[in-house]
Design a protein around this ligand. Structure first.
Ligand code: ADP
Ligand code: MG
Length: 487
């Protein structure tokens, strides 16, 4: 997707990620999803007079983790501020956020594109509390409802530099950020539930210039597809304004996925003046360097490091390595397969093709795969050791899936044994069958000798049919070639 009239896009994303703590940022209320409205808000979330917020240490640790993962500066002293505005779902009349002293400064995220990878710089990450939810489209008449269960839930706001140039880059950035958050187990990345959402800032300029033109911000995009579509449409809208001699006004806009257009929500003229000031109820967050060191020691191997290692140690393609490190569960499963003796490239193939198809069919995620990594690893080890062929392995795999459905378990080796599926590497037996294969088809032998190499497959096919697919294919090939040379 590109732009007409030699324009390019300038895109910066502000992403809100809900931190997976059990309780809220400043209160002990539960953050569990799906509870009855207004059952998870206490006096602190409701902004009762005299209440005192107490900072959730787990949310701070999550922020430190993210800062370390993106190679950012962890601010030794960050400050919570009051961002004042009135809204029915904000009972205090202000949101506690961080303003000029956020917990994380700078940093970078490498995004994976078809053309390779690119670094996107991060401006900052701050912690803040979420607001409640106003519900306008429920019940009858002119009534709005307010659910304060979400009020006070901890969020990380991650702000990028305006360095992305295409919707694809914005999509790749969202994917990578989601992967990182999930690896760190600090946000579940569930965009459908609104636990990860994105405001996209978009402007356009002529290619070759360096200006930052007036931008529009598209609020609350809740899927990666919406992020990409909204940016493309917004950029096209701005190009046509500039090209028809107009000027783009700074606005906050909404994306309408049904009409595939962005619409004005509010213009800069009615921009809020939030009158930020330090929250008098909260002390600055002074971080002990020891606390940061402790967290550093618990950090998992991160997706980029894992990806590089999978490519260097196992010879995987960038594509496969990206795929297998896009979720921690994938990387863990893959490495567990290798532990039980599977050859790395074959293991990657089996995971991304056969297992994937098996999971799709049974409607399951890898987390509750009917086939354990150990069992699949053993199956692949049987191929590598020559006990069974790849083709027979697929039969065994199908039986493993059936077993799982029936609730029985058999190791791959037991299945091979019970069904008599072991590969036939008996040279004398195979030679006899190869002789039969050539004798049955003298015309084909003549054609092969005359230079038609493709016809060789028919001899192999004969041997496989006779042995119910169990002939060792390499041995059969070798014997057939020897016999033809002698004929
Ligand atoms: P605000 O706090 O008003 O939203 P910021 O300066 O924090 O403004 O910028 C918010 C986001 O807008 C950042 O992600 C930044 O990269 C992006 N941004 C800033 N200027 C532009 C521009 N001219 N075009 C596109 N994105 C921009
Ligand atoms: Mg903004």
């Amino acid at each position: 997707m590109s732009l007409p009239h030699n324009y390019e896009m300038v895109i910066g994303l502000e992403v809100h990620a809900q931190v997976t703590t059990k309780s809220k940022l400043f209160s002990t209320s539960s953050t569990a999803f799906g509870a009855e409205p207004n059952t998870q808000a206490n006096e602190i979330d409701l902004g009762m007079p005299g209440m005192l917020p107490v900072l959730n240490a787990g949310a701070v640790d999550a922020g430190i983790k993210l800062g370390l993962a993106i190679d950012a500066k962890i601010n030794p002293s960050s400050v919570f501020a009051r961002k004042n505005y009135y809204y029915p779902d904000l009972p205090k009349g202000y949101q506690i956020s961080q303003f000029d002293q956020p917990i994380v400064l700078g940093g970078k995220i490498d995004i994976d594109l078809e053309s390779g990878s690119r670094t996107i710089n991060i401006t900052r990450m701050h912690l803040e509390e979420d607001a409640g939810k106003s519900i306008h489209d429920m019940g009858s008449g002119n009534v709005s409802y307010v659910d304060l269960n979400r009020a006070g839930v901890p969020l990380m706001e991650i702000v990028s530099e305006p360095e992305m140039r295409t919707p694809e880059e914005a999509g790749a950035y969202m994917k990578k950020l989601r992967t990182l958050l999930r690896f760190l187990e600090i946000c579940d990345g569930d965009m459908e539930k609104g636990n990860l959402r994105c405001d996209a800032n978009v402007s356009v300029r002529k290619i070759g210039t360096n200006v930052l033109n007036t931008r529009c911000e598209i609020k609350n995009l809740n899927s990666i597809r919406h992020v990409m579509h909204a940016i493309q449409h917004e950029a096209e809208r701005q190009v046509s304004i500039w090209e028809s001699g107009g000027t783009v006004d700074q606005e906050t806009r909404l994306w309408d996925p049904d009409l595939q257009e962005t619409r004005t929500l509010r213009s800069k003229e009615d921009a809020h003046d939030y009158r930020y000031f330090p929250c008098p109820d909260l002390l600055p967050v002074n971080l002990d360097p020891l606390r940061i060191e402790k967290i550093k020691a618990t950090m998992p191997e991160l997706p980029d490091t894992l990806k590089a290692r999978f490519m260097a140690d196992y010879g995987l393609t960038a594509y496969d390595a990206s795929l297998l490190t896009s979720e921690k569960t994938y990387a863990d499963y893959y490495q567990a397969m290798l532990k039980s003796g599977a050859e790395p490239k074959m293991a990657a193939n089996w995971m991304t093709v056969e297992l994937c198809a098996g999971l799709n069919k049974s409607g399951k995620e890898l987390e509750n795969s009917p086939i354990t990594a150990g069992a699949l690893g053993e199956l692949i080890a049987l191929i590598t050791s020559g006990k069974i062929s790849g083709k027979i392995a697929k039969q065994v795999f199908a039986i493993m899936l059936e077993n799982a459905e029936k609730g029985t378990t058999q190791t791959p080796a037991e299945i091979v044994e019970a069904q008599g599926l072991a590969q036939n590497s008996n040279e004398d037996e195979l030679r006899a069958i190869c002789v039969k294969a050539l004798a049955a088809n003298p015309d084909a032998v003549a054609k092969f000798k005359g230079g038609n190499e493709r016809i060789f497959g028919s001899f192999v096919g004969f041997v496989m049919k006779e042995t119910k697919g169990q002939a060792n294919p390499e041995l059969a090939n070798k014997l057939l070639l020897e016999l033809i040379a002698q004929a």
